[in-house]
Design a protein. Structure first.
Length: 227
């Protein structure tokens, strides 16, 4: 295995599921499986010991669920380079919403096609989020619709004030699921300029990746459910 291989950790309480993902990934060029965990506590320990690029994280696990495990991993600065990809049985599983807020970089259905799993690992390892435009709008909008009566978090609104008008505009487009190329075309700017605006917004809002920026865009009211 080359030193630049994508290092993946598997966290799922079902041994058969772990075995299936391991078998697939071990036969994928440029990917190395560094270990397995059967619950959230083991997942955190495994991530700390092996520093994987990506953790495939199940949601429902004993002792500590995948949401809390994701939150602890993403909050640990020593694991800043580790990305979490949540595994779920249902596309609109309510727990996925909380996982994204906890810092997950995206989600996959457990019946994912082999090639889609390989691509997902590569995308997330590169620092991008795995949220397609179609899924992003429906997934996050439903979450916000359930919680919007509480109003935008004060901390999010305060952070939003740090953004320039252009950065807020770009963040809103990220919230609708557009990638940098599409944002650039929409605003008649270069892709590199769009990327710079996205990066600056993420830095100012302390967002780990694009997925968290999407959630914040909805929470702050830059994008509205169904809009």
């Amino acid at each position: 295995m080359t030193t630049d291989a994508i290092r993946v950790a598997l966290a799922d309480d079902q041994a058969l599921v772990r075995a299936g993902f391991r078998s697939l990934l071990e036969h994928t060029d440029g990917v190395e499986v560094v270990g397995e965990a059967a619950d959230g506590v083991e997942a955190i320990d495994l991530a700390r010991r092996t520093r994987p690029d990506v953790v495939l994280m199940d949601v429902r696990m004993p002792r500590l669920d995948g949401i809390e495990a994701t939150r602890r991993i993403t909050a640990d600065k020593s694991m800043a380079a580790t990305r979490v990809l949540v595994l779920t049985t249902f596309e609109l599983d309510e727990y996925v919403f909380e996982a994204l807020r906890a810092g997950a970089s995206g989600f996959l259905l457990k019946d994912v096609e082999p090639e889609d799993l390989r691509r997902a690992v590569q995308v997330v390892a590169s620092g991008e989020s795995l949220l397609s435009p179609k899924v992003t709008g429906r997934l996050i909008a439903e979450f916000v619709a359930r919680t919007e009566r509480r109003g935008p978090p004060a901390a999010s609104l305060a952070a939003l004030a740090l953004l320039t008008e252009r950065e807020r505009e770009v963040m809103a487009l990220v919230g609708t699921g557009l990638n940098n190329d599409e944002i650039a075309a929409r605003l008649f700017i270069s892709e590199s300029t769009a990327k710079t605006h996205v990066s600056r917004a993420m830095t100012k809002l302390n967002a780990r990746d694009r997925a968290q920026l999407v959630v914040m865009a909805y929470e702050c009211g830059l994008v509205h459910p169904g809009g």
